[in-house]
Design a protein around this ligand. Structure first.
Ligand SMILES: Cc1cc2nc3c(=O)[nH]c(=O)nc-3n(C[C@H](O)[C@H](O)[C@H](O)COP(=O)(O)OP(=O)(O)OC[C@H]3O[C@@H](n4cnc5c(N)ncnc54)[C@H](O)[C@@H]3O)c2cc1C
Ligand code: SF4
Length: 331
């Protein structure tokens, strides 16, 4: 690990001022991802700016009937918040499927969204990796790629985004509020994370130095018909091979609206709104769920070790939709 200095800031102006005084500064929140990356020399900040004392630490109602989740609220406090549990149980379930109780006590909502990929080669500085060192190559495409992407990948990077929380936020059509030297702005969740293209070093659309202040979830939390299904190698403390966040709006057994977001399959939480639309007005039946699963996965591509994810994702979508709709699910 390199030598670095540290400062704790009380407001965003102080944070921006700290940025100007250092070559490679980084914000630190819970530190559960950043410190791991520093230990293996993937991140080499010369200065850490501790943002945990900024005022973005509340969960509160928004005027439109939604909920604003402070970026510095921990994952644990978010998942167990009474309003989140009641109105957005999909989000609670997704967060609680991630990491461990100790990690969730430290991890913050902003940090969770900004955690980096778990691609083995990204962590191994002895191997080429375009995300870590642009232009060096991708070791995963022709290497061991069991955990890698099947959708939206590029020839430069086939990494996945590892967050569980982000998959639920994608399904809920959340909005990400950020602030920077040029002022405040809000980014629709679908536009927050990027596909790799020819710039896999960029995970998201934040501008340099911008701070996530909060995440807004709209009024409809799909609390009556939802599921977060996470398929992984171990029952806990493991990242998703494939995960599915589902929210259904139903009238009897007719689907009025369907939201389906996938994790573990792409560089960002994956939505296919056209395919979701196939369920509008349809009866909640397994055969209809299979059709939409086929449509979501139709452009998927396997790279060898991860090709099993194509069939796994289809089955996980059908299962999550069935659970959300209250259909009997086969073991
Ligand atoms: C063993 C292990 C298992 C895990 N398993 C899972 C899992 O199954 N599912 C899952 O979803 N996650 C999992 N995680 C990841 C964990 O959820 C993340 O490490 C955590 O959410 C990151 O939050 P943090 O506050 O600690 O971020 P930090 O490590 O402090 O920061 C991460 C990045 O975000 C930046 N940052 C943080 N907050 C802000 C902000 N408000 N504005 C701008 N930049 C910011 C930092 O500069 C840094 O680049 C696991 C982690 C570990 C170590
Ligand atoms: S998949 Fe992406 S993160 Fe992994 S080695 Fe290739 S470029 Fe690096």
């Amino acid at each position: 690990m390199n030598r670095f200095t540290y400062a704790s800031v009380a407001d965003t102006n102080a944070a921006f001022a700290e940025l100007d005084e250092h070559d490679t500064p980084r914000y630190i929140a819970g530190g559960t991802n950043l410190l791991d990356l520093m230990k293996v020399n993937v991140e080499k900040p010369d200065h850490l700016i501790d943002i945990t004392h900024l005022a973005f630490n509340k969960i509160e109602d928004t005027p439109d009937g939604g909920l604003r989740l402070g970026a510095l609220v921990t994952n644990a406090d978010t998942a167990w918040n009474e309003q989140v549990e009641k109105r957005y149980p999909l989000l609670s379930k997704a967060i609680l499927a991630g990491a461990s109780a100790q990690l969730r006590n430290m991890a913050t909502n902003g940090g969770n969204m900004l955690q980096r990929t778990r691609c083995y080669y990204f962590y191994d500085t002895a191997t080429p990796c375009n995300k870590r060192e642009p232009g060096s190559g991708c070791s995963a495409i022709n290497g061991y790629n069991r955990i890698h992407a099947i959708l939206g990948a590029s020839e430069d990077c086939i990494a996945t985004h590892p967050s569980d929380m982000a998959v639920a936020l994608a399904a809920l059509n959340a909005m990400v509020n950020v602030t920077g030297k040029d002022g405040d702005r809000s980014i629709p969740f679908a536009d927050f994370h990027r596909l790799p293209g020819d710039r896999p070093d960029l995970d998201n659309t934040l501008s340099a130095g911008e701070i996530i202040t909060s995440i807004d979830v709209p009024p409809n939390g799909f609390a009556n018909h939802f599921e977060y299904l996470k398929v992984r190698d171990r029952a806990s403390y493991a990242f998703a091979l494939v995960s599915v966040a589902v929210g259904l709006e139903m009238d009897g057994n007719i689907i009025k609206e369907a939201r389906i977001a996938l994790g573990g399959v792409a560089h960002k939480p994956w939505r296919n709104t056209e395919a979701e639309g196939l369920l509008t007005g349809q009866v909640a039946l397994t055969e209809n769920f299979k059709k939409v699963a086929d449509a979501i996965i139709q452009d998927a591509k396997g790279y060898g070790d991860n090709t099993f994810k194509i069939e796994l994702a289809k089955r996980a979508i059908v299962r999550a939709l069935s659970t959300a709709a209250g259909l009997e699910v086969q073991a």
